[in-house]
Design a protein around this ligand. Sequence first.
Ligand code: GCB
Length: 594
Amino acid sequence: MRSLIPLLLFSTALAFATPAPSNLITNLAGRTRLNLDGNWNAIVDPYEIGLGSRFYENRKPKDKSDLVEYAFDAAGTLRVPGDWNTQRDTLLFYEGAVWYQRYFSYHKRGQIRTFLHFGAANYLARVYLNGEKLGEHEGGFTPFIFEVTSRVLEGQNSLVVEVSDVRRPDAVPAMSTDWWNYGGLTRSVDLLEAPETFVQDYFLQLAKGTSDQLAGWVQLNGVREPQTVSVEIPEIGLKKSVSTDANGRAELRFPAKLTLWSPEDPKLYRVVISSGADTVEDQLGFRTIETRGTQIILNGKPVFLRGISLHEEAPFRGGRIVSEEENRTLLEWAKELGCNFVRLAHYPYNEEMVRLADRIGLLIWEEVPVYWDIAWLNAATLENAEAQLRDIITRDHDRASIVLWSLSNETPPGPARTEFLRTMAEFARNLDPSRLLTSAMNHTRPAGTNTRSLDDPLGEYLDVLGLNEYVGWYEHRPEEADAIRWTSPYQKPLIMSEFGAGAVYGKHGDAGTRFTEEYQSNLFEHQISMLRQIPSLAGMSPWLLMDFRSPRRPLAGIQDFHNRKGLISDRGERKQAFYVLQKFYGELAKSGSH
Ligand code: GCB
């Protein structure tokens, strides 16, 4: 009886944790916008005096005797979008607050609503327009928005944002990650304009279980009475009109003959959604995704996910990605490797990268940063994790490339953690019943000689099981992999979501010498022969495409604060193991199976 009490306590607390519905406006590229990227004034505030000193007022001394101990105009600038760590040498290891400020000029017009949109700010952002607080946002990788119609001024405006990347035990992620805690306004800032009633969001795809019926919904904002919404796909001569309900929502379902989207043929259609004074255009692909036993089924056929894990780190220069070219470099390397799938570990990436995957044909695993240990018993932490999941699903739910939502990575099993993730799984399914849910797990138990079984109750709530294992690196020797067999208590597809070894590009030695290219390529050979033996294996995403910065990797001369498990160095050099995996993926693609 006693042991039930804490269980009851946390489940009651967690039950109140569901966040409000998303207020995001989707498809930024399809809107009228004024881009606010560029050089912003920036005051570094390590002791967090800015709030008490009212930096948000951006005050100037009234006369020569007036004391004002800050000045945005004289503080130096930081580029937006961008992390601060890679913009100033003194900020490489900085974790704290930075106050950003810029002016913009605006011309107000009647019947136009104005919104301020942030692509992402890591981790906590407090936003002020003309000295007034608009609100706060927590979570380093998801977009957020404020309506400023009544607050934006004709002519000059001053926008101030305090961004803090201080790590906290109740945050998501919490205190420890194996990646750089890049702080700042890491993605674009825009002013969006929309008519009084506008298309806020839409979700259009093949109805579950069919390949010739489109289904979904359109959500209007600012509706007072039923409105007509029309959806057009000009290429197939389709035009349908429906009426919204009292909440501005229109449900859709109609037959459509479409070429299905796949990595081999990433067909996108121009789709035009309009209602009253608003028209939004998008490029959408249509495909089905489901599981059958231990297989993943894409457009009715089993698919093996030839994948690679990534971090959203810029090749050649480090730092968070800020350009289309950097997105393209990473995804084209994945293509060169022979991938049809990428795991975007361990947090939501920039929207353009996901859209690029739609265009070039890569399936995506998208993840929220519920990473290692977090405050499982804290209702606010769950609400935060769900809000991040809600916003990334809202941002990306029209992308054909995304087939898997990942709830977490390597979380330690236990009742509070499993209840937390079960709640998240239910939440995700309600928001998007069409995609598959997964998590990268790493708890196993021996199940006979040389056999290991996945041992995590979370598996019950997922559609696809992700398993991270480091045989040959953190345990055993690479050769020992050959004899290891894997099983799972669930009749579900399994993705080996991580395995790998550190290697410094250009460091050579025998296959037994750590951090050599030979060690890494030998490990990949043995992992591959082990993976070939897993009957339920539906895919893999080894760790990882490119070396990346991590404060947990201090080994001088080898790591220098980089995780070296990339198949490509951070300077773009392919290591031997790249070719081992490329060869294997080439064979798989040719045989059409594994
Ligand atoms: C893991 C983590 C990943 C790390 C990797 C490593 O299991 O999921 O974030 O970077 O191992 O290199 O240790």
